[in-house]
Design a protein around this ligand. Structure first.
Ligand code: FAD
Length: 515
């Protein structure tokens, strides 16, 4: 019987897992599971990871955090998607941009609009513009919801940008209020049993620490699963080359400036720059490949992007490697967060993986039976998710027509593209991505995400032979017109992003009457 869980690590992964499991495993009641977080005061958290995925709303709702508290305490803003600039050919044309919205494609009475878009029924509009109102709403710096909408809900799909350090602190307070014990200490040693399970930990101040199940949230150190238990890390560096980022936090030029409600991802000679708008500052960073450029050159490139105002702002270099551990649950230890794996910052999947791991672990939790009963299922599920995301991220790079540097030329080398991705691209020359291409149980990204990126990058699917079978052309044209009208209406009624944030900070979201 598993009565106690010890989470080592107090970054986003550690505290999010603690807060989530506290609710799911009833840490606050006598019959529930005892949960403890051991967090080092010597080793900091990574402190990046400020863009999220819409799944975060469900997670935070289950954790029992009020959305207004997130906005007030974590400097959070709304994120409605990602704007990609200079990814197609990098020649500086104003057309070299596309939007990947979170809102899924509008369905017109069950009519799949994509084949009609491919045959020109939406005129010259891009797929993201033609198929959802979110593109225009977010580009006009409007919010995805109103003050009258309930927590974590609104007419448009959204996630958040937030201050990673403040977010971890907020989750810590929530977890502790739900009965999670907090030990500030550094784990110096991990003692294994003869069969390789964790017998106990040794804290510098606390001495021996033990539990039935251990969760490794120690970040890239992977102190339990990697260093102590020797579970190997599988690198995908030969497919995804970026392995470093230089990050700079930038204050706004003027107080009260509009806040972008999407992440900007601007392609560069050897990677890409992220630009994220929080309430009082922007978080920016250049993600690059150390095989293709130097730290100094990358920093110069980021500072050139930021302009003279950022000249004296401090920078930080972060190192990572695309990959994951194929075994993330071994015996009585489960890895969640960076200790389990990391792909790269593009499309902000890091926190999403930690969320999923927490949800799967709660579902497989060994209330009774052997402590590792769920390990095989957990590992299979996580492996599939990581593998699919690697293909999705690679899609962004391998469709580019940029040939200005070795970085972009190497990205289209056949050997750097997995068989599964090449196979998919072969199909999509003749038919668009559909539900058939996603594994509904495992995939973080659905066919909508693949479509937005594929067609955003200018990929051509030739369905000319099928054109005669598209019998609802007029209905499709009317549906696109309807989306245009809905967008016009949304532009009139949705609040500005900053004004909603400011209102929520002052008054919170309106509660429905009687609640
Ligand atoms: P960390 O934040 O590193 O926390 C590790 C914790 O373990 C710390 O509290 C530390 O004190 C503790 N610890 C370590 N060793 C010990 C020990 N021996 N004893 C006790 N405690 C110990 N993800 C996204 O979702 N969106 C993004 O936009 C995004 N951008 C990123 C950009 C970059 C450049 C990088 C590198 C990552 C990015 N990520 C992003 C990933 C994201 O930062 C992480 O997934 C997330 O912050 C979770 O980190 P963590 O909690 O696993 O690790």
């Amino acid at each position: 019987m598993t009565k106690s869980v010890m989470i080592v690590g107090g970054g986003t992964a550690g505290w999010m897992t603690a807060a989530y499991l506290a609710r799911m495993l009833a840490a606050a009641v006598p019959d529930g599971v005892r949960i403890c977080v051991v967090e080092s005061d010597d080793i900091g958290i990574i402190g990046v990871g400020e863009g999220t995925f819409p799944s975060i709303r469900k997670t935070l709702s289950r954790v029992g955090l009020a959305e207004a508290d997130l906005i007030r305490s974590a400097n959070a803003t709304f994120k409605q998607g990602i704007s990609f600039v200079n990814w197609r050919d990098g020649l500086g044309s104003p057309d070299d941009h596309y939007f990947h919205p979170f809102q899924i494609v509008s369905q017109a009475d069950g009519l799949d609009l994509l084949p009609y878009w491919l045959t020109g029924a939406a005129g010259g509009d891009s797929w993201a513009l033609a198929s959802t109102v979110q593109t225009r709403v977010s580009q006009a710096s409007l919010a995805p919801k109103m003050i009258s909408h309930p927590d974590y809900a609104g007419p448009l799909n959204y996630a958040y940008h937030f201050d990673a350090v403040a977010f971890a602190r907020l989750l810590r307070d929530r977890a502790v209020s739900q009965g999670v014990e907090h030990i500030v200490d550094t784990v110096e040693a991990v003692t294994l049993t003869p069969d390789g399970a964790i017998e106990s930990l040794t804290g510098r101040r606390s001495g021996r620490l033990s539990a039935d199940l251990y969760i490794d949230c120690t970040g890239f150190r992977a102190q339990l699963i990697g260093q102590a238990m020797g579970v190997p890390f599988k690198s995908f560096r030969s497919e995804l080359f970026t392995d470093r980022a230089v990050a700079i936090q930038v204050p706004y030029d003027e107080a009260g400036q509009e806040i972008a409600s999407f992440t900007k991802a601007i392609a560069q000679p050897n990677g890409w720059i992220w630009d994220i708008g929080l309430q009082e500052r922007r978080g920016t960073g250049y993600v690059y490949s150390s095989d293709h450029t130097t730290d100094e050159e990358a920093e110069r490139c980021l500072r050139t992007y930021l302009g003279a105002g950022a000249k004296d702002l401090p920078s930080r270099i972060l190192r990572f490697e695309a990959g994951f551990r194929e075994t993330q649950w071994k015996k009585n230890c489960v890895a969640i967060g960076l200790s389990a794996g990391f792909i790269e910052p593009l499309e902000a999947t890091g926190i999403g993986f930690a969320e999923i791991a927490g949800v799967i672990l709660a579902g497989l939790f060994p209330w009774s039976g052997p402590v590792d009963l769920g390990a095989e299922v957990f590992n299979t599920q996580m492996r599939a998710r990581y593998t699919h995301v690697i293909d999705f991220i690679k899609l962004h790079y391998c469709l580019s027509k940029r040939r200005d540097t070795a970085f972009w030329r190497d990205n289209v080398e056949t050997r750097s593209i997995s068989d599964s991705l090449r196979e998919r691209l072969k199909h999509w020359k003749h038919r668009p991505p559909s539900f058939i291409d996603v594994d509904l149980k495992h995939d973080i990204f659905t066919e909508h995400n693949w479509q937005y990126v594929l067609y955003g990058m200018g990929y051509r699917t030739d369905i000319g032979r099928r054109a005669g079978a598209l019998r609802y052309y007029e209905d499709a044209k009317a549906a696109f017109e309807d989306i245009r009208r809905q967008s016009d209406y949304a532009l009139q009624i949705m609040p500005s992003h900053r004004s909603l944030i400011e209102q929520v900070r002052l008054h919170g979201f309106e509660r429905p009457k009687g609640v």
